[in-house]
Design a binder for this molecule. Sequence first.
Ligand SMILES: [Zn+2]
Length: 313
Amino acid sequence: MNRTGFVYHTDFVKHLTGSGHPERPERLISLMRHLSTVDIYSDLILLAPKPAGVEVIKSVHDGSYVERLQKACKSGLHYLDSDTVVCENSFAVAALAAGAGIEACRAVMDERLDNAFCAVRPPGHHAESSQAMGFCLFNNVAVAARWLQSEFRLKKICIIDWDVHHGNGTQSAFYDDPSVLYVSIHQSPLYPGTGSFDEVGRGEGRGATLNIPVSAGCQDADYLALFEKKVVPIVRDFQPDFLLVSAGFDAHKQDPLANMEISESGFAEMTEVLMRLANECCSGKLVSFLEGGYDLDGLNLSVEAHLKALVGN
Ligand SMILES: [Zn+2]
């Protein structure tokens, strides 16, 4: 059995998005209620994060954006763009979500944990260096990658993004950087419209971005075949020192925002593939981050399956 961390803070539900918004506090309220009723929860090592400092956030985001966001939150609940909402608490909660990844990565690097899942909101992978986007304020996974590089001098980080949407923010954070391999499998066409096959990185980063856009309607077997054929070889070849996962669960068959047919056991099998890769390359060091997942039942069951796979029993 692995020592699997579960990073959560009750303040994550204080990021309010108004009525009718799919990225709502109920996602985590319902998840925590569900997990409290299942056996796997008692096998997890619970960690509460501290907020990421502004300096750490600025390793990914422009200082002017950080200031602008802080100011915007002070004026209360409102839309920043057609999808992305902030409230008075959002800046602090977003810093806490970014801090969750740091807490998890630190515990794995210190060998207190083998792997971990961060049950965070707001999500992060659409957030660009100087722009909030697609429900995302700070790019949690990108901040964790930069922190691992600066704090522990890790040379190579791999980010696998199986959220059903392309992680445009994460891609652009590392687009010309050969030290971070970004791999995304996502529905296409779909929001945000980026992530085509021919987006492969730029300059020295050429080849360190792999996009696998797929049509609607894919089932578990389709995703797993693509993992074996495309994801496993490039990660094996890259030999990362740490594996980060943007684990959105909106490719689930019940999700209202996309049209994939992935089941919770599909997510468990994808987790197992990535754990095998992490075992081969970096002694199993793997931290995953909640991104999307908007059907509450689908999210509950998928996270439970993901956690069971991480614990490995
Ligand atoms: Zn998504």
